[in-house]
Design a protein around this ligand. Structure first.
Ligand code: HEC
Length: 492
Protein backbone atom coordinates (compact mmCIF):
# COMPACT_ATOMS: atom_id res chain seq x y z
CA UNK A 1 0.00 0.00 0.00
CA UNK A 2 1.62 3.26 -1.04
CA UNK A 3 1.28 6.57 0.74
CA UNK A 4 -1.53 7.79 -1.46
CA UNK A 5 -3.72 4.81 -0.82
CA UNK A 6 -3.08 5.19 2.89
CA UNK A 7 -4.20 8.78 2.76
CA UNK A 8 -7.30 7.84 0.78
CA UNK A 9 -8.03 5.30 3.44
CA UNK A 10 -7.57 7.75 6.29
CA UNK A 11 -9.90 10.29 4.79
CA UNK A 12 -12.49 7.63 4.41
CA UNK A 13 -12.33 6.50 7.99
CA UNK A 14 -12.01 9.96 9.47
CA UNK A 15 -15.10 10.87 7.50
CA UNK A 16 -17.05 7.83 8.59
CA UNK A 17 -16.05 8.52 12.18
CA UNK A 18 -17.14 12.12 11.83
CA UNK A 19 -20.47 11.07 10.37
CA UNK A 20 -21.03 8.57 13.15
CA UNK A 21 -20.29 11.16 15.79
CA UNK A 22 -22.50 13.79 14.27
CA UNK A 23 -25.38 11.38 13.84
CA UNK A 24 -25.23 9.84 17.30
CA UNK A 25 -24.65 13.09 19.18
CA UNK A 26 -27.99 13.99 20.79
CA UNK A 27 -29.01 17.45 21.96
CA UNK A 28 -27.39 17.73 25.37
CA UNK A 29 -29.95 18.37 28.08
CA UNK A 30 -28.53 21.79 28.88
CA UNK A 31 -27.75 23.09 25.44
CA UNK A 32 -30.32 25.48 23.92
CA UNK A 33 -33.11 23.96 21.90
CA UNK A 34 -32.52 24.40 18.17
CA UNK A 35 -35.38 25.37 15.88
CA UNK A 36 -33.60 23.82 12.93
CA UNK A 37 -32.62 20.54 14.55
CA UNK A 38 -35.33 19.99 17.17
CA UNK A 39 -38.51 21.92 16.36
CA UNK A 40 -38.65 21.90 12.57
CA UNK A 41 -38.41 18.09 12.27
CA UNK A 42 -41.44 17.75 14.60
CA UNK A 43 -43.41 20.31 12.59
CA UNK A 44 -42.48 18.51 9.42
CA UNK A 45 -43.53 15.10 10.69
CA UNK A 46 -46.65 15.93 12.67
CA UNK A 47 -48.00 19.25 11.45
CA UNK A 48 -47.09 20.21 7.89
CA UNK A 49 -49.63 17.80 6.37
CA UNK A 50 -52.35 20.31 7.38
CA UNK A 51 -50.29 23.48 7.67
CA UNK A 52 -48.58 24.09 4.32
CA UNK A 53 -49.02 26.66 1.56
CA UNK A 54 -51.32 24.45 -0.50
CA UNK A 55 -53.41 23.52 2.55
CA UNK A 56 -53.17 26.07 5.37
CA UNK A 57 -55.66 24.94 8.01
CA UNK A 58 -56.46 27.75 10.44
CA UNK A 59 -54.57 30.01 7.97
CA UNK A 60 -51.38 28.72 9.52
CA UNK A 61 -48.36 27.59 7.49
CA UNK A 62 -45.66 25.68 9.37
CA UNK A 63 -43.14 25.05 6.59
CA UNK A 64 -40.85 27.96 7.44
CA UNK A 65 -39.91 29.90 10.55
CA UNK A 66 -41.27 33.15 9.10
CA UNK A 67 -44.67 31.59 8.43
CA UNK A 68 -44.75 29.95 11.84
CA UNK A 69 -43.92 33.30 13.46
CA UNK A 70 -46.60 35.12 11.43
CA UNK A 71 -49.23 32.78 12.89
CA UNK A 72 -52.77 32.03 11.70
CA UNK A 73 -56.36 33.26 11.99
CA UNK A 74 -56.03 33.45 15.79
CA UNK A 75 -52.91 35.59 15.60
CA UNK A 76 -49.33 34.79 16.53
CA UNK A 77 -48.62 31.11 17.16
CA UNK A 78 -45.92 31.86 19.74
CA UNK A 79 -44.45 34.76 21.66
CA UNK A 80 -40.73 34.54 22.38
CA UNK A 81 -40.03 34.16 26.09
CA UNK A 82 -43.73 33.74 26.94
CA UNK A 83 -44.72 30.07 26.99
CA UNK A 84 -48.02 30.82 28.74
CA UNK A 85 -49.08 33.24 26.03
CA UNK A 86 -48.03 31.00 23.16
CA UNK A 87 -51.03 29.49 21.38
CA UNK A 88 -49.05 26.62 19.89
CA UNK A 89 -47.96 25.37 23.30
CA UNK A 90 -51.50 25.58 24.57
CA UNK A 91 -52.79 23.55 21.63
CA UNK A 92 -50.17 20.79 21.74
CA UNK A 93 -50.26 20.34 25.53
CA UNK A 94 -53.98 20.49 26.32
CA UNK A 95 -55.78 17.47 27.77
CA UNK A 96 -56.48 16.04 25.32
CA UNK A 97 -54.31 18.22 23.08
CA UNK A 98 -56.15 19.68 20.08
CA UNK A 99 -53.01 19.59 17.86
CA UNK A 100 -51.94 17.63 15.97
CA UNK A 101 -55.57 17.21 15.06
CA UNK A 102 -56.87 13.64 14.71
CA UNK A 103 -53.53 11.98 15.37
CA UNK A 104 -51.28 10.85 18.18
CA UNK A 105 -50.33 13.67 20.55
CA UNK A 106 -46.72 14.80 20.69
CA UNK A 107 -44.65 13.10 23.39
CA UNK A 108 -43.98 14.85 26.68
CA UNK A 109 -40.34 15.28 25.60
CA UNK A 110 -41.38 16.96 22.34
CA UNK A 111 -43.76 19.34 24.10
CA UNK A 112 -40.93 20.16 26.49
CA UNK A 113 -38.71 21.04 23.49
CA UNK A 114 -41.32 23.54 22.26
CA UNK A 115 -41.65 25.02 25.76
CA UNK A 116 -37.89 25.39 26.23
CA UNK A 117 -37.40 26.78 22.74
CA UNK A 118 -40.00 29.51 23.43
CA UNK A 119 -38.52 30.29 26.89
CA UNK A 120 -35.06 30.53 25.33
CA UNK A 121 -36.28 33.19 22.90
CA UNK A 122 -37.72 31.15 20.00
CA UNK A 123 -34.60 31.78 17.94
CA UNK A 124 -34.43 30.87 14.26
CA UNK A 125 -31.13 29.05 13.75
CA UNK A 126 -31.87 27.74 10.25
CA UNK A 127 -28.56 27.87 8.38
CA UNK A 128 -28.45 30.27 5.48
CA UNK A 129 -28.11 28.42 2.20
CA UNK A 130 -27.47 31.31 -0.16
CA UNK A 131 -24.36 30.94 -2.23
CA UNK A 132 -21.48 32.12 -0.14
CA UNK A 133 -19.07 34.35 -2.12
CA UNK A 134 -16.16 33.18 0.01
CA UNK A 135 -16.97 29.57 -0.71
CA UNK A 136 -13.92 27.80 -2.04
CA UNK A 137 -14.23 25.29 -4.84
CA UNK A 138 -13.70 21.75 -3.61
CA UNK A 139 -10.29 20.22 -4.27
CA UNK A 140 -10.54 16.76 -5.65
CA UNK A 141 -8.10 13.95 -5.14
CA UNK A 142 -10.27 11.49 -7.03
CA UNK A 143 -12.95 12.21 -9.63
CA UNK A 144 -16.30 12.36 -7.81
CA UNK A 145 -19.20 10.20 -8.86
CA UNK A 146 -21.38 11.75 -11.56
CA UNK A 147 -25.07 11.57 -10.73
CA UNK A 148 -26.48 13.95 -13.30
CA UNK A 149 -25.72 15.40 -16.76
CA UNK A 150 -27.61 17.89 -18.91
CA UNK A 151 -26.93 19.64 -22.22
CA UNK A 152 -28.00 23.26 -22.56
CA UNK A 153 -30.93 23.59 -25.01
CA UNK A 154 -28.68 25.03 -27.76
CA UNK A 155 -26.20 22.20 -27.26
CA UNK A 156 -23.27 24.47 -26.38
CA UNK A 157 -22.74 23.39 -22.79
CA UNK A 158 -22.66 20.13 -20.87
CA UNK A 159 -23.55 20.55 -17.18
CA UNK A 160 -22.06 17.91 -14.89
CA UNK A 161 -22.75 17.24 -11.20
CA UNK A 162 -19.73 17.42 -8.90
CA UNK A 163 -19.31 17.51 -5.16
CA UNK A 164 -21.06 20.67 -3.89
CA UNK A 165 -21.05 22.08 -7.39
CA UNK A 166 -22.26 21.88 -10.95
CA UNK A 167 -19.48 22.12 -13.55
CA UNK A 168 -20.25 23.69 -16.90
CA UNK A 169 -18.15 22.31 -19.76
CA UNK A 170 -18.03 23.13 -23.42
CA UNK A 171 -20.22 20.44 -24.90
CA UNK A 172 -17.31 18.85 -26.79
CA UNK A 173 -15.40 18.45 -23.53
CA UNK A 174 -12.64 20.81 -24.62
CA UNK A 175 -12.90 23.28 -21.74
CA UNK A 176 -14.24 23.74 -18.22
CA UNK A 177 -16.14 27.05 -18.41
CA UNK A 178 -17.64 27.67 -14.97
CA UNK A 179 -18.13 26.07 -11.61
CA UNK A 180 -21.47 26.75 -9.89
CA UNK A 181 -20.76 26.33 -6.18
CA UNK A 182 -23.64 25.63 -3.81
CA UNK A 183 -24.33 24.36 -0.33
CA UNK A 184 -25.59 20.89 -1.16
CA UNK A 185 -23.04 18.12 -0.89
CA UNK A 186 -24.82 16.16 -3.58
CA UNK A 187 -26.44 17.25 -6.78
CA UNK A 188 -28.85 14.53 -7.88
CA UNK A 189 -30.57 16.13 -10.84
CA UNK A 190 -29.83 18.98 -13.26
CA UNK A 191 -32.38 20.47 -15.69
CA UNK A 192 -32.07 23.38 -18.08
CA UNK A 193 -34.96 25.71 -18.74
CA UNK A 194 -35.86 25.75 -22.42
CA UNK A 195 -35.00 29.46 -22.70
CA UNK A 196 -31.26 28.85 -22.08
CA UNK A 197 -30.99 31.27 -19.16
CA UNK A 198 -31.98 29.01 -16.32
CA UNK A 199 -30.46 25.91 -14.84
CA UNK A 200 -32.05 24.11 -11.90
CA UNK A 201 -30.04 21.72 -9.76
CA UNK A 202 -31.59 19.70 -6.95
CA UNK A 203 -29.89 17.60 -4.32
CA UNK A 204 -28.95 18.16 -0.73
CA UNK A 205 -26.91 16.89 2.13
CA UNK A 206 -28.11 13.46 3.21
CA UNK A 207 -30.08 13.43 6.48
CA UNK A 208 -29.73 17.23 6.80
CA UNK A 209 -31.52 19.07 4.03
CA UNK A 210 -32.76 18.92 0.47
CA UNK A 211 -32.16 21.91 -1.77
CA UNK A 212 -33.39 23.41 -5.03
CA UNK A 213 -30.85 25.74 -6.65
CA UNK A 214 -32.06 28.05 -9.41
CA UNK A 215 -29.16 29.51 -11.44
CA UNK A 216 -29.07 32.30 -13.96
CA UNK A 217 -26.75 30.90 -16.63
CA UNK A 218 -26.07 34.29 -18.22
CA UNK A 219 -24.49 35.65 -15.06
CA UNK A 220 -23.68 32.21 -13.60
CA UNK A 221 -25.35 33.43 -10.44
CA UNK A 222 -27.47 31.58 -7.91
CA UNK A 223 -30.80 33.42 -7.94
CA UNK A 224 -32.65 31.26 -5.45
CA UNK A 225 -31.96 28.47 -3.06
CA UNK A 226 -34.87 26.72 -1.44
CA UNK A 227 -34.58 24.09 1.23
CA UNK A 228 -37.13 21.32 1.16
CA UNK A 229 -37.34 18.33 3.50
CA UNK A 230 -34.51 17.04 5.65
CA UNK A 231 -32.89 14.79 3.11
CA UNK A 232 -31.54 14.84 -0.43
CA UNK A 233 -34.17 15.42 -3.12
CA UNK A 234 -34.31 13.75 -6.53
CA UNK A 235 -35.65 13.60 -10.04
CA UNK A 236 -36.36 17.24 -10.94
CA UNK A 237 -38.39 18.26 -13.98
CA UNK A 238 -39.63 21.58 -15.34
CA UNK A 239 -43.11 22.22 -16.73
CA UNK A 240 -43.13 22.98 -20.49
CA UNK A 241 -43.51 26.74 -19.83
CA UNK A 242 -40.63 26.64 -17.27
CA UNK A 243 -42.88 28.05 -14.53
CA UNK A 244 -43.08 24.99 -12.28
CA UNK A 245 -40.53 22.57 -10.89
CA UNK A 246 -41.42 19.07 -9.71
CA UNK A 247 -39.14 16.84 -7.64
CA UNK A 248 -39.23 13.68 -5.53
CA UNK A 249 -38.41 13.27 -1.85
CA UNK A 250 -37.38 10.56 0.58
CA UNK A 251 -40.35 11.42 2.82
CA UNK A 252 -42.40 9.65 0.11
CA UNK A 253 -43.82 12.89 -1.27
CA UNK A 254 -43.42 14.59 -4.64
CA UNK A 255 -43.65 18.36 -4.68
CA UNK A 256 -44.20 21.15 -7.14
CA UNK A 257 -42.89 24.64 -6.52
CA UNK A 258 -43.33 27.82 -8.49
CA UNK A 259 -40.05 28.98 -10.06
CA UNK A 260 -41.08 32.62 -9.70
CA UNK A 261 -41.53 32.76 -5.91
CA UNK A 262 -40.51 29.20 -4.84
CA UNK A 263 -43.88 28.69 -3.13
CA UNK A 264 -44.80 25.07 -2.71
CA UNK A 265 -47.99 24.52 -4.71
CA UNK A 266 -48.42 20.75 -4.59
CA UNK A 267 -47.41 18.12 -2.12
CA UNK A 268 -48.39 14.71 -3.42
CA UNK A 269 -48.27 11.92 -0.82
CA UNK A 270 -49.73 8.91 -2.58
CA UNK A 271 -46.49 6.89 -2.74
CA UNK A 272 -45.22 4.57 -0.03
CA UNK A 273 -41.47 4.87 -0.63
CA UNK A 274 -38.89 7.37 -1.93
CA UNK A 275 -40.01 9.25 -5.01
CA UNK A 276 -37.05 9.32 -7.41
CA UNK A 277 -38.45 10.67 -10.67
CA UNK A 278 -40.93 13.24 -11.96
CA UNK A 279 -42.01 14.40 -15.43
CA UNK A 280 -44.70 16.79 -16.63
CA UNK A 281 -47.08 15.91 -19.46
CA UNK A 282 -46.63 17.69 -22.81
CA UNK A 283 -49.30 20.32 -21.97
CA UNK A 284 -48.13 20.71 -18.35
CA UNK A 285 -51.57 19.86 -16.95
CA UNK A 286 -50.43 16.68 -15.19
CA UNK A 287 -47.28 15.17 -13.80
CA UNK A 288 -46.00 11.63 -13.42
CA UNK A 289 -44.03 10.30 -10.46
CA UNK A 290 -41.94 7.13 -10.25
CA UNK A 291 -40.94 5.69 -6.89
CA UNK A 292 -39.19 2.89 -5.10
CA UNK A 293 -42.64 1.51 -4.21
CA UNK A 294 -42.71 0.31 -7.91
CA UNK A 295 -45.57 2.65 -8.84
CA UNK A 296 -45.84 5.17 -11.67
CA UNK A 297 -48.56 7.64 -10.73
CA UNK A 298 -50.41 10.35 -12.62
CA UNK A 299 -51.48 13.52 -10.80
CA UNK A 300 -53.27 16.67 -11.87
CA UNK A 301 -51.09 19.73 -11.33
CA UNK A 302 -53.85 22.26 -10.61
CA UNK A 303 -55.61 20.30 -7.89
CA UNK A 304 -52.68 18.16 -6.77
CA UNK A 305 -55.10 15.21 -6.94
CA UNK A 306 -54.12 11.67 -7.82
CA UNK A 307 -55.59 10.62 -11.17
CA UNK A 308 -54.33 7.16 -12.06
CA UNK A 309 -51.85 4.36 -11.57
CA UNK A 310 -50.08 4.20 -14.92
CA UNK A 311 -48.44 0.79 -14.48
CA UNK A 312 -50.00 -2.31 -13.05
CA UNK A 313 -47.38 -2.62 -10.35
CA UNK A 314 -47.98 -6.29 -9.62
CA UNK A 315 -47.26 -7.07 -13.27
CA UNK A 316 -44.83 -4.30 -13.85
CA UNK A 317 -41.52 -3.16 -12.54
CA UNK A 318 -39.66 -3.45 -9.29
CA UNK A 319 -38.55 -0.29 -7.47
CA UNK A 320 -38.28 2.51 -10.02
CA UNK A 321 -35.05 4.54 -10.08
CA UNK A 322 -35.44 6.84 -13.06
CA UNK A 323 -38.18 8.03 -15.37
CA UNK A 324 -38.03 10.10 -18.57
CA UNK A 325 -40.73 11.51 -20.83
CA UNK A 326 -40.79 11.17 -24.60
CA UNK A 327 -39.78 14.64 -25.87
CA UNK A 328 -42.94 15.05 -27.95
CA UNK A 329 -45.53 12.56 -26.72
CA UNK A 330 -47.32 11.71 -23.49
CA UNK A 331 -45.27 8.58 -22.99
CA UNK A 332 -43.03 7.80 -20.04
CA UNK A 333 -40.07 5.45 -19.80
CA UNK A 334 -39.17 3.82 -16.48
CA UNK A 335 -36.19 1.80 -15.29
CA UNK A 336 -35.09 0.35 -11.99
CA UNK A 337 -34.32 -2.74 -10.03
CA UNK A 338 -36.00 -5.34 -12.21
CA UNK A 339 -33.68 -4.29 -15.08
CA UNK A 340 -36.43 -3.94 -17.69
CA UNK A 341 -36.97 -0.52 -19.32
CA UNK A 342 -40.71 0.00 -19.88
CA UNK A 343 -42.42 2.56 -22.06
CA UNK A 344 -45.95 3.56 -20.97
CA UNK A 345 -48.77 5.65 -22.33
CA UNK A 346 -49.38 8.31 -19.67
CA UNK A 347 -53.15 8.66 -20.20
CA UNK A 348 -55.07 5.39 -20.31
CA UNK A 349 -57.36 4.50 -23.17
CA UNK A 350 -59.14 1.59 -21.48
CA UNK A 351 -60.44 1.05 -17.98
CA UNK A 352 -58.41 -1.31 -15.88
CA UNK A 353 -59.90 -4.82 -15.79
CA UNK A 354 -60.03 -7.23 -12.86
CA UNK A 355 -56.93 -9.00 -14.11
CA UNK A 356 -55.05 -5.69 -13.62
CA UNK A 357 -53.59 -5.92 -17.09
CA UNK A 358 -50.75 -3.56 -17.87
CA UNK A 359 -52.89 -1.77 -20.49
CA UNK A 360 -50.77 1.37 -20.70
CA UNK A 361 -47.61 -0.56 -21.51
CA UNK A 362 -46.40 0.25 -25.02
CA UNK A 363 -43.19 -1.72 -24.91
CA UNK A 364 -41.02 -3.63 -22.45
CA UNK A 365 -37.44 -3.52 -23.73
CA UNK A 366 -34.83 -6.21 -23.35
CA UNK A 367 -33.78 -7.02 -19.77
CA UNK A 368 -30.46 -5.31 -18.91
CA UNK A 369 -27.41 -6.99 -17.44
CA UNK A 370 -27.95 -5.23 -14.10
CA UNK A 371 -30.06 -2.72 -12.16
CA UNK A 372 -30.97 0.37 -14.22
CA UNK A 373 -29.81 3.72 -12.85
CA UNK A 374 -30.03 6.01 -15.86
CA UNK A 375 -32.35 6.46 -18.84
CA UNK A 376 -32.79 9.11 -21.52
CA UNK A 377 -34.58 9.86 -24.77
CA UNK A 378 -32.84 11.48 -27.72
CA UNK A 379 -34.24 14.79 -29.00
CA UNK A 380 -36.75 13.44 -31.51
CA UNK A 381 -37.75 10.49 -29.34
CA UNK A 382 -36.58 7.86 -31.82
CA UNK A 383 -33.92 6.39 -29.51
CA UNK A 384 -33.51 5.66 -25.82
CA UNK A 385 -30.36 5.01 -23.80
CA UNK A 386 -30.38 2.80 -20.73
CA UNK A 387 -27.49 2.73 -18.24
CA UNK A 388 -26.95 0.10 -15.59
CA UNK A 389 -24.84 -0.95 -12.67
CA UNK A 390 -21.93 -2.75 -14.27
CA UNK A 391 -21.21 0.24 -16.49
CA UNK A 392 -23.00 -0.69 -19.69
CA UNK A 393 -25.22 1.67 -21.67
CA UNK A 394 -27.46 0.26 -24.38
CA UNK A 395 -29.10 2.26 -27.13
CA UNK A 396 -32.49 1.11 -28.48
CA UNK A 397 -34.72 2.11 -31.33
CA UNK A 398 -38.08 3.10 -29.79
CA UNK A 399 -40.13 2.04 -32.85
CA UNK A 400 -39.23 -1.64 -32.74
CA UNK A 401 -37.33 -2.05 -29.47
CA UNK A 402 -34.20 -3.32 -31.24
CA UNK A 403 -30.81 -2.66 -29.76
CA UNK A 404 -28.70 -0.30 -31.87
CA UNK A 405 -25.47 -0.19 -29.90
CA UNK A 406 -23.81 -1.14 -26.63
CA UNK A 407 -21.51 1.38 -24.99
CA UNK A 408 -18.82 0.58 -22.50
CA UNK A 409 -19.58 3.66 -20.44
CA UNK A 410 -18.12 3.16 -16.99
CA UNK A 411 -15.99 0.70 -15.10
CA UNK A 412 -18.57 0.23 -12.35
CA UNK A 413 -21.97 1.91 -12.70
CA UNK A 414 -23.70 4.49 -14.87
CA UNK A 415 -25.90 7.08 -13.16
CA UNK A 416 -26.35 9.76 -15.80
CA UNK A 417 -27.01 9.90 -19.54
CA UNK A 418 -27.78 12.87 -21.80
CA UNK A 419 -28.28 13.05 -25.55
CA UNK A 420 -26.90 16.08 -27.36
CA UNK A 421 -29.87 18.13 -28.64
CA UNK A 422 -28.53 18.35 -32.21
CA UNK A 423 -25.57 16.07 -32.82
CA UNK A 424 -25.52 12.28 -32.81
CA UNK A 425 -23.80 12.21 -29.43
CA UNK A 426 -24.66 10.79 -26.05
CA UNK A 427 -22.78 11.64 -22.86
CA UNK A 428 -22.53 9.23 -19.94
CA UNK A 429 -21.29 9.55 -16.37
CA UNK A 430 -21.19 7.36 -13.33
CA UNK A 431 -19.18 5.89 -10.56
CA UNK A 432 -15.72 6.29 -12.04
CA UNK A 433 -16.26 10.05 -12.45
CA UNK A 434 -15.36 10.17 -16.15
CA UNK A 435 -17.49 11.71 -18.85
CA UNK A 436 -17.65 9.62 -22.00
CA UNK A 437 -19.18 10.88 -25.21
CA UNK A 438 -20.28 8.26 -27.75
CA UNK A 439 -21.89 8.10 -31.14
CA UNK A 440 -25.19 6.36 -30.29
CA UNK A 441 -25.53 4.84 -33.77
CA UNK A 442 -22.15 3.16 -33.93
CA UNK A 443 -21.27 2.90 -30.24
CA UNK A 444 -17.90 4.53 -30.97
CA UNK A 445 -16.26 6.49 -28.16
CA UNK A 446 -15.72 10.09 -29.30
CA UNK A 447 -14.21 11.65 -26.19
CA UNK A 448 -13.42 10.74 -22.60
CA UNK A 449 -12.49 13.21 -19.84
CA UNK A 450 -12.49 13.86 -16.11
CA UNK A 451 -14.79 16.85 -15.54
CA UNK A 452 -13.18 18.12 -12.33
CA UNK A 453 -9.72 19.59 -11.84
CA UNK A 454 -7.72 17.09 -9.78
CA UNK A 455 -5.31 18.27 -7.11
CA UNK A 456 -1.88 18.57 -8.73
CA UNK A 457 -0.15 16.73 -5.90
CA UNK A 458 -2.09 13.69 -6.91
CA UNK A 459 -1.81 13.82 -10.66
CA UNK A 460 0.63 10.93 -10.46
CA UNK A 461 -2.12 8.85 -8.98
CA UNK A 462 -4.49 10.07 -11.63
CA UNK A 463 -2.12 8.90 -14.34
CA UNK A 464 -1.87 5.37 -13.04
CA UNK A 465 -5.46 5.34 -11.93
CA UNK A 466 -4.22 3.58 -8.83
CA UNK A 467 -5.75 5.75 -6.16
CA UNK A 468 -9.15 5.61 -7.74
CA UNK A 469 -9.01 1.85 -7.95
CA UNK A 470 -7.96 1.50 -4.34
CA UNK A 471 -10.75 3.67 -3.06
CA UNK A 472 -13.24 1.67 -5.04
CA UNK A 473 -12.05 -1.79 -4.15
CA UNK A 474 -12.09 -1.11 -0.45
CA UNK A 475 -15.68 -0.20 -0.47
CA UNK A 476 -17.24 -2.87 -2.60
CA UNK A 477 -19.14 -0.89 -5.08
CA UNK A 478 -21.81 1.66 -5.31
CA UNK A 479 -22.87 2.00 -1.70
CA UNK A 480 -19.54 3.57 -0.81
CA UNK A 481 -20.13 6.57 -3.01
CA UNK A 482 -21.04 8.99 -0.26
CA UNK A 483 -18.04 8.18 1.83
CA UNK A 484 -15.69 8.56 -1.08
CA UNK A 485 -17.20 11.88 -2.04
CA UNK A 486 -16.98 13.06 1.53
CA UNK A 487 -13.38 11.94 1.65
CA UNK A 488 -12.83 14.30 -1.23
CA UNK A 489 -14.30 17.17 0.72
CA UNK A 490 -12.02 16.33 3.62
CA UNK A 491 -9.21 17.68 1.48
CA UNK A 492 -10.58 21.21 1.41
C1 HEC B 1 -55.12 16.78 10.51
C2 HEC B 1 -54.87 18.19 10.33
C3 HEC B 1 -54.01 18.94 11.32
C4 HEC B 1 -52.79 18.57 11.83
C5 HEC B 1 -52.00 17.30 11.57
C6 HEC B 1 -52.35 19.68 12.64
N1 HEC B 1 -53.27 20.67 12.61
FE1 HEC B 1 -53.15 22.48 13.54
N2 HEC B 1 -54.95 23.00 12.82
C7 HEC B 1 -55.76 22.22 12.04
C8 HEC B 1 -57.01 22.93 11.78
C9 HEC B 1 -58.17 22.41 10.96
C10 HEC B 1 -56.91 24.16 12.46
C11 HEC B 1 -57.94 25.27 12.49
C12 HEC B 1 -58.51 25.42 13.85
C13 HEC B 1 -59.58 24.42 14.16
O1 HEC B 1 -60.43 24.13 13.32
O2 HEC B 1 -59.61 23.93 15.32
C14 HEC B 1 -55.61 24.18 13.09
C15 HEC B 1 -55.15 25.22 13.85
C16 HEC B 1 -53.89 25.28 14.44
C17 HEC B 1 -53.38 26.42 15.17
C18 HEC B 1 -54.10 27.71 15.40
C19 HEC B 1 -53.94 28.58 14.17
C20 HEC B 1 -54.80 29.80 14.19
O3 HEC B 1 -54.25 30.88 14.36
O4 HEC B 1 -56.03 29.64 14.02
C21 HEC B 1 -52.15 26.10 15.60
C22 HEC B 1 -51.16 26.96 16.39
C23 HEC B 1 -51.87 24.75 15.14
N3 HEC B 1 -52.96 24.28 14.45
C24 HEC B 1 -50.69 24.07 15.38
C25 HEC B 1 -50.47 22.77 14.96
C26 HEC B 1 -49.29 22.05 15.29
C27 HEC B 1 -48.11 22.61 16.09
C28 HEC B 1 -49.43 20.83 14.75
C29 HEC B 1 -48.46 19.67 14.85
C30 HEC B 1 -47.99 19.31 16.13
C31 HEC B 1 -50.69 20.79 14.05
N4 HEC B 1 -51.32 21.98 14.21
C32 HEC B 1 -51.15 19.69 13.33
C33 HEC B 1 -55.47 20.97 11.52
C34 HEC B 1 -54.32 20.26 11.82
Amino acid sequence: MDIRSISAHCFLWVTILFLTISISNPTWPNSPVSYYQDIQPILQRSCQGCHQPSQARGDLVLTSYTDFQRGGSEGKAFIAGEPNQSLVLDLISGDPPSMPMDSDPLTQAEIELFRRWIIEGAVNDTPKVDSDPTMKPPQYTIPPLISSLAYSPNGGILAVSGYREVLLHKADGSKLLTRLLGKSDRIESIVYGTNNNMLVAVGGTPARFGEVQIWDTNANKLIHSLQSTFDTIYGASLSPDNSLLAFGCTDETARIISIEDQKELVRFDNHSDWVLGTVFTTDGSHFVTGARDTALKLTEVKSGSFVDDINASNKGSGPIHKIARHPKLDQVLSGGEDRIPRLYRIFRQKRRDVGNTDFNLIRAFERQSDVINAIAFNTDGSQIAVGAVGGEVRIYKVADGNRIATLNADSTAVFAIAFHPEKDQVATGGFDGQIRIFNPNTGNLIKEFIPVPLDSVLTGAKKTGKKVEIAREKDNGVEATTEIKLAVSGMT
